[in-house]
Design a binder for this molecule. Structure first.
Ligand code: BGC
Length: 748
């Protein structure tokens, strides 16, 4: 029987060599066993939207065939479900399959923020918003781990591009890290307790994530209380000893013993404390408790049906003029585009699943409607004559009641490992859509793409657009269910669709140069930027249509204690079909000394309603919903002031709002001789005292003339102001003033 309780085992019985051996892989996917100590080898393998358990050769690029498993919708689709239940059901199913395939840790989910639509791996990430990403990922992790295997939330941190991903330094200010790039990790770590966290390849502000002590130990372990294993991304370790000292426990894949020798040598040379090795060994051994061998089985048919059901929750109905959708089963339908027959349903790279089976939308549509013609429209591999294919498609469209064009990005256009340089659809597809739209009575476009594609150049020519993202192996059937109204669309965009690539906030700073990518847009990522600068987008974050209609009324906001609130609204399905509505709560404020985005998503919930049904929902806003991260104080601060709670139809359309005042934290800045005169004067203790000294004993405000002079000088650091103005304050008085200014008197 495997022995994994290291306290009983007494660490001292292990040699340094044995301990070091536990801290890197045996091979690509497994850890080293220590049979004499009863420590088993465990298997880690990719997820996150399915299990990629390789049977033969190993690689982390998804090149080798793996054992068949269910390919559920990838995160780009799950993000659009806005439903933690969807994420949880996928997590649980992947957990079951992992267990059945003998996997101890299923790598994922990826919670990196979609900073730019160009990131080649956006299909594997949930959203441009940290709350949405974090809530979905935490649900996935908790449900997966409840089935036995552990998860590995990744890639920590600031891994938001593929270009130069193993070297680039993401240069990000701390407030932006804390408010945008960390919260999804923080939520997963604190709420779902993942077995492992995977560090990213890149550097963060110059230091490799794999050897970044601030990241892996100070923030992750000390602040968030993470007590699982930090595992390297595959091949992310640059300096094994520095990485171990920084908090990286397990290096993957193995390095044939080289890293183990380095650890042993460093301890022997006195360069590495053996206590650091012991701490990591304890954590890795605890992880081997996840080892259960192969247990249970999974029901491939049931999981395929689940993949179909969940995929239908994810697609977003972007446009639907004159009730073009749902389609009538009696209509003459022209299905156009090779994706209808050969679906694109997952992304390329390490998450690539060997699906148990794949549904094509064309077959699923034929199963629902008798009169369906098909035209290829374009070829994915560039073969054939584009004009002929287009003309044949337009002909088919002309003799149908409605044309449904399946367009999107092929595997060549986007994948892990590289970024795109355009958000345009391939030109051949744009020409096809326009030709079909010109010939057809009605045109519907169904999109399959991992990263955002531009709708410009054809959007206005078509009647309806269904954004399917990548929907997993049953996506074809799910799309048919949505097109015919078997299921009512309920997805909402988890990322903005811009008008132009040039409009995107990271445009000037992506993917960086000379080894650095500067996150110059700061916290203004995605809708935070578009809403703040009032830049129109094609479709905003949070947008999504339904075949029914909803009314949201009766907004009330109640304070529920210090700097907390409860938001209540009543949602009614005012149409004649069952449907789901996403209540989106944003907070808008200008309070505090930092620039705030126009609004930020702070709570959401998806409500399922029968026709005519109403439901009252209450969402809680905690302190963090109002706070900004104060880098000088090194903590979250709620600034006193007004906060407008907004119910958004999406990020740019507010349907109801109400403003509350919050007392906030009484933060008194600590002032020193380096603080400006203005900062001194606004200090409650030091300010009046200084004024008394400057005005020769009077503590009243100076006369108007003096006041203008003071205002002019207010940005001068105190020390220089005194010299400049020739003011000679005795040393003892100065010391007293500095002492007064040094007491911040801040309420916690
Ligand atoms: C990817 C990870 C993946 C690992 C193992 C890396 O290249 O960045 O996301 O889990 O390979 O395949």
């Amino acid at each position: 029987m495997a022995r994994t309780d290291l306290d009983a085992l007494t660490l001292n019985a292990l040699t340094l060599e044995q301990k070091a051996s536990l801290l890197s892989g045996r091979d690509f996917w497994t850890t080293k066993p220590l049979d004499e100590a009863g420590i088993p080898s465990i298997t880690l393998c990719d997820g996150p939207h399915g299990v990629r358990r390789e049977a033969g050769g190993s690689d982390h690029l998804g090149l080798n065939e793996s054992i068949p498993a269910t390919c559920f919708p990838p995160a780009a689709a799950v993000g659009s479900s806005w439903d933690p239940e969807v994420a949880a059901r996928i997590g649980a199913a992947v957990g079951r399959e992992g267990r059945a395939l003998g996997v101890a840790v299923v790598l994922g989910p990826g919670v990196n923020i979609k900073r730019s639509p160009l990131c080649g791996r956006n299909f594997e990430y949930y959203s441009e918003d940290p709350l949405l990403s974090g809530v979905l990922a935490a649900a996935h992790v908790a449900a997966l781990q409840a089935e036995g295997p552990g998860a590995s939330v990744k890639h920590f941190a600031a891994n938001n591009q593929e270009t130069d991903r193993m070297r680039v330094s993401a240069d990000v200010d701390e407030r932006t890290l804390r408010e945008i790039y960390f919260p999804a990790f923080e939520r997963v770590v604190t709420q779902a307790r993942p077995a492992t966290v995977m560090c990213s390849y890149n550097r963060v502000n110059g230091v490799h994530a794999s050897q970044n002590r601030w990241l892996l130990t100070d923030v992750l372990r000390r602040e968030w209380g993470f007590n699982g294993v930090v595992v390297s991304d595959w091949g992310a370790v640059q300096d094994r000893v520095a990485a171990l000292a920084a908090g990286l426990d397990l290096e993957m894949p193995g390095t044939g013993g080289a890293s183990d020798r380095r650890i042993v040598d460093a301890v022997r040379a006195g360069d590495l404390d053996e206590a650091v090795v012991n701490a990591s060994v304890r954590r890795v051994v605890a992880l081997t408790e996840r080892h259960s061998g192969v247990s249970g089985a999974f029901d491939a048919d049931a999981h395929h049906a689940l993949a179909r059901e969940l995929a239908a929750e994810c697609a977003v109905l972007l446009k639907n003029e004159d009730g073009t959708l749902p389609l009538s089963a009696e209509a003459r339908i022209a299905v156009i585009g090779e994706f209808a027959a050969r679906p694109r349903f997952q992304g390329g790279g390490s998450s690539h699943i060997n699906a148990t089976r794949v549904d094509a939308a064309l077959d699923a549509i034929r199963a629902l409607a008798p009169d369906v013609a098909y035209a290829q429209g374009f070829s994915l591999d560039g073969s054939g004559d584009a004009r002929e294919l287009r003309e044949a498609a337009a002909e088919a469209a002309a003799s149908a009641d409605v044309a449904v064009v399946f367009a999107g990005l092929g595997e060549r256009e986007e994948s892990e490992g590289f970024d795109r340089d355009t958000i345009d659809l391939p030109a051949v597809q744009v020409e096809l859509i326009r030709a079909v739209a010109a010939a057809a009575r009605r045109t519907v476009v169904v999109l399959s793409n991992g990263g955002v594609v531009s709708l410009e150049g054809w959007h206005d020519d078509v009647d309806a657009v269904l954004e399917g993202w990548l929907l997993g192996q049953a996506g074809g059937s799910a799309v048919a269910d949505l097109l015919f109204g078997v299921v009512n669309p309920s997805g909402r965009l988890a990322e903005s669709i811009p008008m132009r690539l040039k409009d995107t906030p990271s445009y000037l700073n992506f993917p960086g140069e000379a080894g650095h990518v500067r996150y110059g847009e700061g916290v203004m990522v995605g809708y935070r930027y578009y809403e703040t600068v009032e830049l129109p987008v094609r479709y905003p974050f949070g947008h999504g249509l339904s075949y029914t209609t909803f009314a949201v009324e009766g907004l009330t906001v109640t304070r529920t204690g210090d700097d907390r609130a409860a938001v209540t609204v009543r949602v009614t399905n005012t149409g004649d079909r069952a449907g789901k509505h996403v209540v989106q709560v944003y907070v808008s404020t200008a309070a505090g000394p930092v620039r705030r985005p126009a609004r930020e998503l702070r709570a959401f919930t998806k409500v399922s309603l029968a026709p005519g049904e109403s439901r009252t929902v209450t969402l809680r806003l905690d302190r963090r919903a109002f706070a900004y991260y104060d880098v000088q104080l090194g903590r979250w601060v709620v600034a006193p002031g007004d906060y407008t709670i907004q119910i958004g139809e999406n990020a740019s359309s507010v349907v109801a709002e109400t403003t509350i005042g919050l007392g906030g934290d009484s933060v008194v800045p600590v002032v020193s001789l380096d603080s400006t005169l203005g900062e001194w004067l606004s200090h409650p203790l030091a300010g009046p005292a200084l004024l008394r000294v400057l005005t020769g004993g009077k503590s009243k405000r100076p006369e108007e003339d003096d006041e203008n002079g003071l205002r002019m000088a207010s940005s001068m650091p105190m020390g220089r102001f005194l010299t400049f103005a020739g003011i000679d304050i005795p040393h003892a008085t100065l010391r007293e003033l500095v002492a007064l200014g040094g007491s911040d008197g801040a309420a916690a």
